[in-house]
Write a protein that binds this ligand. Sequence first.
Ligand code: UDP
Length: 329
Amino acid sequence: MNVLVCGGAGYIGSHTVYELIEQGHSVVVADNLVKGHRAAVHREAKFYKGDLRDAEFLDKVFGENNIDAVIDFAAFSLVGESVTEPLKYFDNNVYGTIRLLEAMNRAGVKKIVFSSTAATYGEPESIPIVESDSTVPTNPYGESKLTVEKILKWSDNAYGIKYVALRYFNAAGAHISGEIGEDHDPESHLIPIILQTALGKRERIAIFGDDYPTPDGTCIRDYIHITDLADAHIKAIEKLFKDNTSAVYNLGNGKGFSVKEVVEEARRVTGREIKAVIEDRRPGDPSTLIASSEKAIKELGWQPRFNTLSQIIETAWRWHSSHPNGYEK
Ligand code: UDP
């Protein structure tokens, strides 16, 4: 298959490109490189630099390549920034995807896998979270992704564009080769910050709150390995070709770890001290987020392979310790 990966130079996108190529597919990457890294794009992928909000750019990409399906990762994803700059998020994440769907219509491409998020649920009504739970996002990032899910539903109804929306829990880890990994600027995610502390690039890790209603008082999250996420996208495309129906799936391991447990496991994996201090809660953090991925396991035939916290941290450590400055040489 020939797959167009929008946002293929970003963290989840670049790992999906690797997995697509490893599984024998042809890949075209479109990325504006605002957040992504050219060096993260697999050398066998065809690369186009440009923005999804540019219709001419998209027509060129579709015109020069015989695309079978699209995977769309192109979005801003910082929750805190989305609260202070909501219009930036709706412009890029929603308007960009509308332009992409229009270009798909013009090109006659009718299948898309969309990168969604657990942030579409907001404060969970029960644990584990299932896809039919209510969706009440508590920040513009989650709202922008939920808005696109609704746009996809109506685009299916009107134009027959079939979609799979994948709601990720906490994406973590790195490609097993250590060649590509997580490199955000600024970095806000827990595991990279812990490992940057292990490397001495930060003095300490701040644990945001230890008075949550959890066994050790720190927030619990469901960490899912990036290569397992990548594999789910390919299974989602296969499903679209097999039964041509749209669907939404959670992707997580179904198991939660507290912030303190993650720090402890990182100390074990790295053999380094990693200084941690307790600070105030970060506004908007739910205490516990754990996915039920039963639907994806059953309907996509997906099975996470890197499903222990140690595998996740070990692969992340391989990347961070060999690329202490990320993609910057
Ligand atoms: N966290 C923390 N210190 C940090 C970064 C994150 O204590 O420097 C906590 C955060 O409050 C949350 C968990 O780690 O409970 C995971 O946060 P992350 O930003 O990685 O992902 P999120 O769950 O917000 O998508």
